[in-house]
Design a protein around this ligand. Structure first.
Ligand code: PAF
Length: 312
């Protein structure tokens, strides 16, 4: 299968590398020139607890215009860049192209629909944890399930074929017939883990080792669940807090994507995770104080990246 990965960060490289290793024709697309050069000259290195995988048969480019239409686009850019990236990547989409978003946060599906066209867009979530170590190198720090689904529900032929392609490549994948529930279930995980790890500097697993962070995680999740319930969202799991706890444990050694962003002084996805809960909570008249505090703390962190250590 011809596959383009839009956004070759830690997760884009993990999926792209794994699919290339299984024999698919993969092109990674990323604006970071040094990373693209390293991928083209030395391939991709994926560090795992028990082995190091080297993937040589992978191509990387800095702009979608350097490659033609593909059968599958997997979108892994930061949620804050989805619309712009989609516009630039429109040239990747042919009549039958599937565009799969496995990004964090709310609003990605809607943005992709408006640029790529609703019939092309498939939604999904990933429970994997991965860290970008440097140009051409990532660490796969925790395995989890991939779940994908058609926006209209049901089990189409293409979604079954895609799940089977992923499973054959070693990416354990299930199909969901409840895409909004799926996206909200993942959102809850990010609401519980990402900002708290970014504020405290903890790895995912440490959050549940301390009663203070665990209770904040529960409070942030309870608020998000109240918002979801009032929107009629049906979760994919019975207990969203327990589910998040399990993912924190399974990806214990991983630094969440938001902690990685803060450490690298990059813009975070706070506005489409905890910030989205605050916005909806305010609209719906639901109290969301813990999410409001987390959103403000991360926002001010972003604003002070450029102050000297003493001043910040
Ligand atoms: O954003 C992330 O880092 C991931 O979605 C997750 C599951 C929290 C693992 O680190």
């Amino acid at each position: 299968m011809k596959i383009a990965i839009l956004g070759a960060g830690a997760m884009g490289c993990l999926y792209g590398g794994t699919l290339a290793e299984a024999g698919h024709e993969v092109v990674l697309i990323d604006v970071w020139k040094e990373h693209v050069e390293a991928l083209n000259t030395s391939g991709l290195q994926i560090e795992e607890p028990d082995r190091i995988r080297r993937i040589e048969n992978i191509r990387a480019v800095t702009h979608p215009s350097e490659t033609g239409a593909v059968e599958l686009v997997i979108v892994f850019v930061k949620a804050t860049l989805t619309e712009q990236a989609a516009r630039e990547a429109f040239c990747l989409v042919g009549e039958e192209t599937m565009v799969l978003t496995l990004q964090n946060g709310l609003g990605n599906v809607e943005k992709l629909n408006s640029v790529m066209g609703l019939s092309h867009v498939i939604a999904g979530t990933t429970g994997h944890g991965s860290t970008l170590l440097g140009p051409g190198r990532i660490r796969h720090a925790g395995t989890g399930e991939t779940v994908i689904g058609e926006q209209s529900g049901g089990r189409s032929e293409r979604i079954a074929a895609l799940a089977s392609t992923f499973n054959h490549a070693g990416i354990a994948t299930k199909i969901s017939e409840n895409v909004m529930g799926l996206i909200w279930t993942k959102l809850i995980v990010n609401v519980g883990i990402n900002a708290l790890t970014a504020v405290t500097g903890m790895r995912n697993g440490q959050l549940v080792d301390y009663p203070e962070t665990e209770s904040l995680m529960r409070a942030a999740i309870d608020e998000a669940c109240a918002v979801a319930r009032s929107k009629g969202i049906c979760f994919e799991v019975a207990d969203p807090f327990e589910h998040t706890r399990n993912i924190a444990k399974k990806t214990a050694e991983n630094r969440s994507s938001m902690l990685q962003d803060v450490m690298a002084k990059r813009r975070t996805e706070i506005s489409v995770i905890n910030g989205a809960i605050v916005e909806l909570g305010e609209k719906l008249g639901i109290a969301v104080p813990v999410n409001a505090v987390l959103t403000k703390l991360i926002t001010v962190r972003e604003k002070t990246y450029n102050l000297s250590d003493g001043a910040a």
